[in-house]
Design a protein. Structure first.
Length: 258
């Protein structure tokens, strides 16, 4: 578990990229947060960076996101000639897709439709609150309506207790998701077989949902890199923001890590 009074985290050394299996969160790590989740875009520079990383690491690359696997795949389409297929874990690890076409996903929770109705009703009463429907859960964003934070979290607490969802809080968002897996489970699953097996995992993420990934990486003789302001975390290193993540990863593709 993260320490309550952690020592300052140092920037990650380039040698971490030498022989790693790399796991990347998406929002807040590869792209900056937007007021609405559908306002995020991936430009050609980021696609090129992901392609270069996949090539350098010989396929040992996965994107592990709270977004659906379909969304992540659409951002990084395999049809792009500069983008080799990479592993994807969506919905916080509930969905998994391997580069060879295999996939794993549970059934949609029975209680999801009712939860959506209640969350949409709340959003209708509070302009700026955004409901993000997902295949195996739903997120309630209040970045544009911070005054509604307490109401959003109270309803999410109630729905989680009544319907058996896992409640995950993040940066100006509360999310209800299906039970069964988290980002750490996705790391363990991908690490259990080639090409990732035998290469220490490196997980880069920014939010509380990424702590499971940091913990799994540490268990498997790897490390986590926290993106953003210092806080209690299971990560070993820190980068200050998305731009720093791009610079660090870009430097690792531009030359042999020392």
């Amino acid at each position: 578990m993260p320490s309550e009074n952690p020592p300052p985290l140092l920037p990650p050394p380039m040698r971490l990229l030498r022989n790693t299996s790399l796991f990347l969160d998406f929002d807040g790590t590869l792209v900056r947060f937007a007021d609405r989740p559908d306002a995020v875009a991936v430009d050609s520079a980021l696609r090129g960076l992901i392609g270069a990383l996949a090539e350098r690491l010989e396929g040992r690359l996965a994107i592990v996101s709270g977004r659906s696997a379909d969304e992540i795949t659409a951002f990084f389409p395999a049809a792009d000639p500069g983008l080799p297929a990479v592993a994807v874990a969506g919905s916080h690890g509930v969905e998994r897709r391997w580069p060879d076409g295999r996939s794993l996903a549970p059934a949609e929770p029975d209680a999801l439709a009712g939860a959506l109705d209640e969350l949409r009703a709340l959003a209708g009463r509070h302009p700026g609150v955004v409901v993000e429907e997902k295949p195996f859960g739903v997120a309630l964003h209040y970045r544009q309506a911070p005054q509604a934070a307490d109401l959003c979290n109270e309803l999410a607490d109630s729905l989680a207790a009544r319907a058996g969802f896992v409640l995950q809080r993040g940066s100006m968002v509360c999310e209800l998701r299906a039970k069964g897996a988290d980002k750490g489970d996705a790391v363990r699953a991908f690490m259990a077989e080639p090409p990732m097996a035998g290469h220490p995992p490196l997980f880069i993420g920014d939010d509380l949902t990424d702590e499971h990934g940091f913990e799994a990486a540490a268990e498997l003789s790897g490390a986590g890199i926290l993106v953003g302001a210092p806080r209690a975390t299971a990560a070993r290193y820190r980068l200050p923001d998305v731009a720093a993540v791009h610079r660090w990863l870009g430097a690792g593709t531009a030359r042999r890590a020392a």
